[in-house]
Design a protein around this ligand. Structure first.
Ligand SMILES: O=C(O)[C@H](O)[C@@H](O)[C@H](O)[C@H](O)COP(=O)(O)O
Length: 298
């Protein structure tokens, strides 16, 4: 089938190749023209603008966006919309906030354009060789896209999740879980590292990955990381985050769901961005005031 793709970052580039391999005609563009050239050399039909991308279709237009969540999604939709007609489909395959998706869905619906939200997981290798995708949206649009996604996902790695917004909501919760799992793995290795025992962490990851309860892709990735650096010497413990953890915690608050592990994982990410904290100074000052306990001076 004919499919458009806007955004040739690490995920988009690989997904374009994946779709191309599966016999689709892929029109792809990006603000970075070097990437467009690069993808064209791989057999994908690289085009220079969103307008050119939209005009390349011979039939129904379905365009996947793989751009950073936030205002850029709105900007790209604004540029694309004039070139689409009733029944055409925009697929937001990035990590958009589900409430933004619901707003965009309603706005596009007024022009008869479908917005389909796809939570895309599996990293760059997944994008290239087999994704996990969670797709929400109108029946007509998701049924149109399903055969394509069945081909570019791993076996059993594609799900139609329900009405618009449900794909991004599910991916958000997936990422909340991802935060909690990674934090727990990190804490486990921290305890090992502070202990009196002398472990080879690559070997620990390997043994945990063979038959243990916590065997998983994340532990496999740890084995890989420790094989490059036994103690991750060159990496600072700064844990950035892109928003999905915050939104998961917000959803937990909205629905009054208990999610302490995910919430604390998000707070640990914030904490990791600071060398010192004001709350730490306050607690140290209070201990000193009431008990004369020594403070550590700068
Ligand atoms: O399922 C996935 O493939 C990942 O979750 C992917 O979507 C991305 O790596 C995260 O969004 C990173 O999220 P943070 O930057 O918030 O850690």
């Amino acid at each position: 089938m004919e499919i458009g793709l806007i955004g040739l970052g690490k995920m988009g580039f690989n997904m374009a190749l994946n779709m191309n391999d599966k016999g689709n005609t892929v029109f792809a563009t990006d603000v970075n023209k070097d990437t467009v050239k690069e993808i064209s050399a791989e057999g994908v039909k690289g085009v220079d603008s969103i307008e050119e991308l939209a005009n390349s279709f011979t039939g129904r237009k379905a365009v996947i966006l793989l751009v950073p969540a936030g205002e850029i999604v709105d900007q790209v939709i604004e540029q694309l919309k004039p070139h689409l007609t009733e029944g055409d489909i925009i697929v937001d395959a990035g990590n958009s906030m589900y409430k933004h998706t619901l707003r965009r869905y309603e706005e596009l619906k007024a022009s008869g354009i479908h917005l389909v939200d796809v939570g895309t997981s599996g990293g760059t290798d997944g994008a290239r060789y087999g994704l996990c995708a969670m797709m929400g949206g109108d029946d007509d649009a998701v049924n149109y896209l399903a055969p394509l996604y069945e081909k570019i996902c791993v076996e059993k790695g594609f799900m139609i999740t329900g009405r618009a917004g449900s794909g991004h909501f599910l991916k958000m919760v997936h990422n909340g879980i991802e935060y909690g799992m990674m934090q727990a793995i990190g804490e486990g290795f921290e305890i090992l590292d502070k202990s009196d025992f002398d472990y080879d962490y690559e070997a620990v990851s390997r043994v945990w990955n063979n038959g243990s309860v916590i065997r998983s892709w994340l532990i496999e990735l740890m084995e890989n990381a420790f094989s490059k650096q036994p103690k991750l010497e060159d990496i600072r413990g700064v844990m950035n985050s892109s928003g999905e953890g915050i939104w998961t915690v917000e959803a937990a608050l909205d629905y009054q769901a208990s999610a302490p592990v995910i919430a604390l994982s998000q707070f640990m990410r914030f904490r990791s961005l600071e060398d010192d904290t004001f709350h730490g100074k306050v607690v140290a000052a209070l201990r000193n005031e009431f008990g004369g306990h020594a403070v550590v001076k700068k």
